[in-house]
Structure formats: structure tokens, C-alpha cells
Design a protein around this ligand. Structure first.
Ligand code: MTE
Length: 301
């Protein structure tokens, strides 16, 4: 049964208890990060998790299917038909098939998650997503234990996605996660922002959000999810493997070959916007560092 975010209920009534706990943890995590970076107080850290306004989140986007400019998605994504929508779930699952988005939503529990979002281009926002845990969807399809990875694909429909008329990318856009990353409770499928249906430019009707990884991992408008025993080659790795890897964990110590990842520009700061230090795993170190124990994060970038 899905509990939906509806406008006649207040935040306190609808946000499940574990989420408040989660948000407190995130705030605590931010405070720890701020202390390390030599910033001041816990209040600053809370400030840092104030969500960006709707306008920033929906008018400054990366969605190459609609063009490479930051305002192209808002300008052109209105042409995308998102209803009806089906998602093929296949590979190493007990119940492969074509699932309608409506049927998926009837089974999932939608919650609000306020997450930091850090693009590999070194800008960031804070986004109040609504969505469900990817783990629940994988469980619904009966993901099998031999499945070590999950591969995701975006829609290919050049009639509605103007950017797909150009070979900027070898369409469709593809992403992948290791199974333990996919099952992590922070990993969600987002279906809303600020309690409203997710706008097309943000990846309607359903997009991945993995808050400790660079934004390109958070693939939009998903039509296929494949459980596999092979590490998927993701789109950016395919385009430029020396610059973009499979893991793409936010890491201030591992620079992009062409720019530093030590700091980020907070979108929406206006004229006085200043760069702030980037946090290890985007501030989710406490929750996810154990997934990468013993791994060389320079090698597996
Ligand atoms: N998914 C698809 N299908 N196509 C894209 O071009 N861009 C990625 C990611 N998901 C992209 C995508 C990048 S680089 C980022 S930073 C985020 O989407 C941006 O998400 P937002 O526009 O909701 O902020």
C-alpha cells in the first residue's frame, strides 16, 4: 500500500517516523563534515540542508535527451508522454516482465527524502524528493542472489526527446549500481519533488537518486531495470572512461582530470554565492563508507 504525499496533510502527519530519524542523522553528518572543514556551527550545517527552491530544481537541469544546455530540459521536456509508462524488469529476477508505472506505485511506499545532490560538474543543490526505496522494487520483482549488479536504461523516443536526434550520447542513457548499493536504504526511485509529481525535466515518471554519488548516476525516466552478474558500462564511462568511472562516489580528494572536486558551488546562491567544501560521500560517509571498505577509491573512481 502506498502512502502518498498529499497536500491536505501536514508534513508532520505524513512523513514517516524513520524519515525524521534519517533527517536528523543527515544533519548530524553535515555537522561533522562542517567541523572537519573548519566551518562553524551545527546551525550552519542545518542551513546547508535547506532545500533549494522549486525554481532552481526544475529550471537548472542536466538531461541530454532534451539538449545539453541547463535550461533545455525545462524548455523541451514538456513534449514527453509519461502516461502510460511501462518499466521492463528483467535479467536475474523471479518475476520478469513489463510493469506499468501505476501498478508499481500501487505497491510502493512513497516517502519524503531531503538529500544533498552533487553534480560531477561541481555544483550542488538540496532537493526534497518523494520516492520509494529501490530495494522494495527489486524485492517485488524477486531479484536473485546471483545478481551482483543492476543496470538501468532511460527511454529512447527521439520524436519526443529532441536531444536524441543528435549523437551526443550513444542512446539510450545507461547507468548501473552494484547490488549492495542498489539495496542501500538511501537509494531511491524518485517520483516527486516538494510533494508534487516529478516534472518531466527531472526525470518523470520515475528516476534513480543515489545521494552519495555524482548526479550522473541518478538516471532519469527509466524504462528498463536489469539484474545482472556483469558490471554494466554506464553512459559517461562509455563516453570518456578516463574521466568518469563506474563508481562515481563523491570524493573531494579525487579530482576530475580537468577540475578540482574539493569544493562545490551551491546553485541559487546568487551574486554572493560562495563555494563550500565538498564532503566525502557527499556527507553520507557514516551511512555508506562500509560499502567500500578496503577499496582503493582512486582506482575505483
Ligand atoms: N539521466 C538521463 N537519462 N540523461 C541525462 O542527461 N543527466 C545526469 C542525471 N541523470 C542525465 C540523467 C546528470 S549529469 C545530473 S547532474 C542529473 O541527472 C541532474 O538531475 P536534475 O536535473 O534533476 O538536477
Amino acid at each position: 500500500m502506498a502512502h502518498r504525499w498529499t497536500n491536505n496533510l501536514t508534513h508532520e502527519e505524513i512523513t514517516p517516523e524513520p524519515l525524521f530519524m534519517n533527517r536528523r542523522q543527515l544533519i548530524a553528518g553535515a555537522a561533522a563534515g562542517a567541523a572537519v572543514a573548519g566551518l562553524s556551527t551545527r546551525a550552519d550545517a542545518q542551513e546547508a540542508l535547506e532545500p533549494n527552491p522549486w525554481e532552481d530544481i526544475t529550471q537548472y537541469n542536466n538531461f541530454y535527451e532534451f539538449g545539453t544546455g541547463k535550461t533545455d530540459p525545462a524548455a523541451y521536456a514538456g513534449a514527453l508522454t509519461t502516461d502510460p509508462w511501462t518499466v521492463t524488469i528483467d535479467g536475474l529476477v523471479e518475476k520478469p516482465g513489463e510493469y506499468s508505472f501505476k501498478d508499481i506505485m500501487a505497491e510502493m511506499t512513497v516517502e519524503e527524502r531531503i538529500y544533498r545532490f552533487r553534480c560531477v560538474e561541481a555544483w550542488s543543490m538540496v532537493i526534497p524528493w518523494n520516492g520509494f526505496e529501490l530495494a522494495d522494487l527489486l524485492e517485488m520483482a524477486g531479484a536473485q542472489p546471483e545478481g551482483k549488479f543492476v543496470r538501468f536504461e532511460t527511454l529512447y523516443r527521439p520524436e519526443e526527446m529532441v536531444g536524441q536526434k543528435y549523437r551526443t550520447i550513444d542512446w539510450p542513457y545507461v547507468e548501473g549500481l552494484r547490488m549492495d548499493e542498489a539495496l542501500h536504504p538511501l537509494t531511491i526511485m524518485a517520483t516527486g519533488i516538494y510533494g508534487k509529481t516529478i516534472p518531466n525535466q527531472n526525470g518523470a515518471p520515475m528516476r534513480l537518486v543515489v545521494p552519495w554519488k555524482y548526479g550522473f548516476k541518478s538516471i532519469k525516466s527509466i524504462v528498463r531495470i536489469t539484474v545482472t552478474d556483469e558490471e554494466p558500462v554506464n553512459t559517461w564511462q562509455d563516453l570518456q572512461a578516463s574521466e568518469y568511472g563506474f563508481y562515481a562516489n563523491v570524493n573531494p580528494e579525487v579530482d576530475h582530470p580537468r577540475w578540482s572536486q574539493a569544493t562545490e558551488r551551491k546553485v541559487g546562491g546568487g551574486l554572493f554565492s560562495k563555494r563550500v567544501p565538498t564532503l566525502m560521500f557527499n556527507g553520507y560517509e557514516e551511512e555508506v563508507a562500509s560499502l567500500y571498505e578496503g577499496m582503493d577509491l582512486r582506482k575505483y573512481y
